[in-house]
Design a protein around this ligand. Structure first.
Ligand SMILES: [Ca+2]
Ligand SMILES: [Ca+2]
Ligand SMILES: [Ca+2]
Length: 179
């Protein structure tokens, strides 16, 4: 069972995935997400990063359909998304692998670290709308060096997906929690 905290967190995730905002996830939403992510510098059509991002996003959709679409109608609703939460702790290597694709897509200048500006672009791409980030980066920058390093980001990304502890900073990786 997802906790009340995870439910709140996954409401934000659901909203980020539901590109057309109709309350259901469908393949079309994920196709739209690929287009949204392709607007990141370096992720344009024909690039290797674009192929990795497309594989990642469509892979999430395939996993959601498999885990969530109990009635086989090709759509996933919020309660079906939550059924995936229980599986995530057993999927740490898969979750970590996706962290690296997201990191590379967002590290626009390729210096191996995510600056506050690059982080803001990640969040806006993730949510597809302006997002309140007041104080968030400072929380995420665990070693206080002004950037998110690759390992730092991977840890935050695992917390973002898997954590059931509201205090862990990665829960806010893509902005403040809804509600
Ligand atoms: Ca939708
Ligand atoms: Ca960078
Ligand atoms: Ca840092």
């Amino acid at each position: 069972m997802a906790s009340a905290f995870q439910e709140r967190k996954f409401q934000g995730m659901f909203a980020a995935f539901d590109a057309d905002d109709d309350g259901y996830l469908r393949e079309d939403d994920f196709t739209a997400l690929v287009a949204r992510w392709s607007r990141l510098p370096g992720v344009g059509p024909g690039t290797q990063l674009r192929a990795r991002v497309e594989t990642l996003l469509m892979g999430w959709w395939a996993a959601l359909l498999e885990a969530g679409d109990a009635n086989g109608d090709g759509t996933v609703d919020m309660s079906e998304l939550l059924s995936l939460v229980e599986r995530l702790p057993a999927m740490v290597p898969e979750v970590t692998a996706t962290a690296h694709t997201v990191f590379d897509a967002v590290d626009t200048d390729g210096d191996g670290r995510i600056s506050p500006d690059e982080h803001r672009r990640l969040v806006e791409t993730w949510n597809g709308r302006p997002t309140d980030l007041t104080g968030v980066f400072e929380l995420l920058d665990l070693n206080g060096d002004g950037y998110l390093g690759r390992e730092e980001f991977a840890l935050l990304w695992r917390q973002f997906w898997i954590s059931d502890n509201p205090v862990e900073p990665g829960n806010r990786l893509c902005g403040r929690l809804p509600g």
